[in-house]
Design a binder for this molecule. Structure first.
Ligand code: GLN
Length: 558
């Protein structure tokens, strides 16, 4: 008789937020995963987004931050990017869920009679579906531990059913579930003292749902002193060792090292009755954290985009993976990147030299729609003519082609049909299958999404940087370089160094290095696969040229 394989006794770590959002739940969840990986465990991570949206693809990035695209094409939350970067793993759609997704599935099952005539109720059926999804992701990853981050903060209506899922799972498997609360500990300017009361209230709110945090990660400007630690322990009813100080630090990549300095993995393993598999080995992270905070020559890189303003504030959350990809390559190259978030809206007429002359490199990231588009094209023209390293990602590549067509091919009205459907020179056109979807008003999750292969042309910059002839990269777009203009563009010097295997879709455009040190754009998003321990070759190539440009500037001055 075949022996039945014993299923894994997976452990579940839930990460919830207290007091307010935006204090680093994602980095905490990722870092917890990292320190457990370093103890020899197989870890996977999940994000729960309490929105009704079925995925993040239809949300405006100024509201929600970056839409992170997974290899399988799911459009998810930016925290998924953190998990992939910290855990150095490739996640899939199973690792992400929203309220919309959960309800959609429960309703579908009900319609299919899968509840066998039962009255389907918010409780228990919604939390049970949440638990089913968590277990499904654990099984797929064959994980010893799943870290599940619940979006939002405790006390909100929105995430209450996900917290109910924690309560129910803990009731079913008391030894396999633990909860970590990431809480904010403010130091009001006028008071000048670190206040723990908001955290105490947050714990009480969580308690009222039947869940108690076993750990509190206290986020603050400074490290917790012993007195505050003891206060949180006493009033929040947890052991002092389980109160983890998490002060602001220079680089997020120091967080796993700091957690381990507080012996967090030992405490988590004990809490979950897990025997350590090996002593902690964070040497690669320690080396990275060291490189991240070392002093290096500064380089100025402009990221020209439009998803920055929210009310009176500027946020760069919409481009978080781009930022991390630049940083990770900069640590490798040995420069300190100073990122200038430049709103393309400011370049409506012409690029003023005084505004751009300080940049050692220019990057135009992905985007949609008309706002600031002429500004981006001006900046690209400036970068091309002045041999400033230029890196275009998706929209940044499409606009690079538009700029080239307008100013080198002299097709004055060249455009993308996304903006001007009536142009006589549609150098960027809608993909035929996308046209049908648009006509049917079918927008959600329908772009060309996820990983696709591309073949690289010998002797090009892209081929040299990748060091291999075939690549796989993640996409998110509806438009493409119009095949009717390829011969013309190539005849005028633009090189398509990456193409889909059937040769139809242009995946990378570049100028030969003899003409420009780095003028390259990708139809895909390389930022999604850049990892701190394995920086992306195209970003590294870009940053290397940025460094050279800066050095060249210095020698010119002398
Ligand atoms: N708007 C462009 C398209 O849909 C580019 C998309 C992007 O930059 N992700 O093709």
């Amino acid at each position: 008789m075949p022996t039945k394989q014993k299923s894994k006794n997976t452990k579940y770590i839930f990460v919830v937020g207290g007091v307010m959002s935006g204090v680093g739940k994602g980095v905490t969840a990722s870092s917890i995963g990292t320190i457990l990986q370093a103890r020899g465990f197989t870890v996977t991570a999940m994000k729960v987004d309490p929105y009704i949206n079925v995925d993040a693809g239809t949300m405006n990035p100024t509201e929600h931050g970056e839409v992170f695209v997974l290899e399988d094409g799911r459009e998810t939350d930016q925290d998924m990017g953190n998990y992939e970067r910290f855990l150095n793993t490739t996640l899939d759609g199973m690792n992400y869920m929203t309220t919309g997704h959960v309800y959609q599935e429960v309703i579908e099952k009900e319609r299919n009679l899968e509840y066998k005539g039962k009255c389907v109720q918010v409780v228990p059926h919604i939390p049970l579906e949440v638990i089913r999804r968590i277990k499904r992701a654990a099984k797929k990853a064959d994980a010893d531990v799943v870290v599940v981050e619940i979006g939002g903060t405790v006390g909100e209506y929105e995430n209450i059913l996900f917290i109910e899922a924690i309560r129910m799972l803990k009731l079913m498997q008391p030894k396999d579930v633990t909860t970590v609360m990431v809480s904010y500990v403010p130091i009001p300017k006028k008071v000048g003292e670190m206040k723990t009361k908001p955290t105490q209230h947050a714990v009480r709110t969580l308690n009222s749902t039947g869940v108690h945090p076993d750990f509190i990660v206290a986020r603050s400007d400074y490290a917790l002193d012993l007195k505050r630690k003891e206060k949180i322990a006493l009033f929040c009813n947890i052991s002092k060792d389980h109160v983890i100080s998490a002060p602001d630090i220079e680089s997020i990549y120091e967080v796993p090292v700091n957690f381990e300095n507080a012996h967090l993995s030992d405490f988590l393993l004990a809490q979950l009755s897990l025997k350590p598999k090996k002593p902690s080995d964070l040497s690669a992270w320690k080396a990275l954290a060291k490189r991240a905070v070392q002093s290096h020559a500064e380089v100025n890189i402009a990221v020209v985009g439009k998803y920055f303003d929210t009310g009176d504030f500027m946020l760069s959350d919409a481009y978080i993976s781009v930022l991390e990809a630049i940083k990770c390559s900069a640590y490798k190259v040995g420069v300190k990147p100073i990122i200038h978030w430049v709103s393309s809206k400011q370049f409506t007429e012409k690029v003023l030299k005084k505004d751009v002359v300080k940049f050692d490199g220019i990057l135009v990231p992905g985007g949609f729609g008309e706002t600031g588009i002429e500004g981006k094209i001006h900046v690209i023209e400036y970068a091309r003519k002045n041999k400033v390293p230029y890196f275009g990602l998706c929209y940044g590549m499409q606009l690079m082609v538009v700029e080239y067509a307008r100013h080198v091919l002299k097709l004055a009205d060249a455009h993308t049909v996304e903006i001007n459907p009536n142009t006589t020179n549609p150098v960027i056109d809608i993909m035929p299958e996308q046209k049908k979807l648009m006509e049917a008003g079918n927008y959600g999750g329908t772009m060309r999404l996820g990983a696709y292969p591309a073949l690289l042309k010998n002797g090009t910059l892209a081929r040299k940087l990748y060091g291999k002839p075939e690549i796989q990269e993640r996409h998110r777009h509806r438009y493409e370089v119009n095949p009717e203009y390829i011969a013309q563009l190539e005849a005028h010097g633009l090189v398509f160094s990456g193409k889909s295997p059937d040769g139809v879709l242009m995946e990378i455009a570049e100028l030969p290095v003899a003409e420009h040190p780095f003028f390259l754009g990708t139809q895909f998003h390389p930022e999604f696969t850049a990892r701190p321990l394995f920086p992306h070759p195209l970003f590294t190539g870009f940053v290397q040229e940025v460094k050279k440009f800066k050095e060249g500037r210095k020698t010119k001055k002398r």
